[in-house]
Design a protein around this ligand. Sequence first.
Ligand code: DQA
Length: 150
Amino acid sequence: MRYKVLVIHGPNLNMLGKREPAVYGIKTLSDIDQAMSEYARKLDIALTAFQSNHEGEILETIQAAGDSHQGMIINPAAYTHTSIAIRDAILTLDFPVIELHLSNIYKREAFRHHSMISDVVTGQIAGFGTHGYLLALDAMAGLIQDAESS
Ligand code: DQA
């Protein structure tokens, strides 16, 4: 594979399938990781997928990503709305970062309308359910190619 992309799934996303299916759908996280890996292969991308319920582990994974990857797709889940630390970690990266949410956070409770990271990422995808992850991969392949040719 030509490119390496890190995918980070934040807290409670390990519960997908069981967790509020009316909001997040019935697919499990391993269904998502599998669909992403298959799609990524067609785009010449190798994925590293990581889920954690711990902010510190997410930070350490982001910090280690810079040397070995060309892009990151992150669904910080509830940390989206609270974590200045994840925002600061993203600011250390010099490659494209896509923020992703299964649900349309702007259609939900007011406390979900603000993202701590949306103004420091390349772009955001929200509200497309699990399809969003494949959209993110398409966008990421284009962004990495743009970066290579500039
Ligand atoms: C989420 C939206 C967040 O507000 C929420 O805390 C999540 C999941 C989403 O994918 O829609 O855990 O990031």
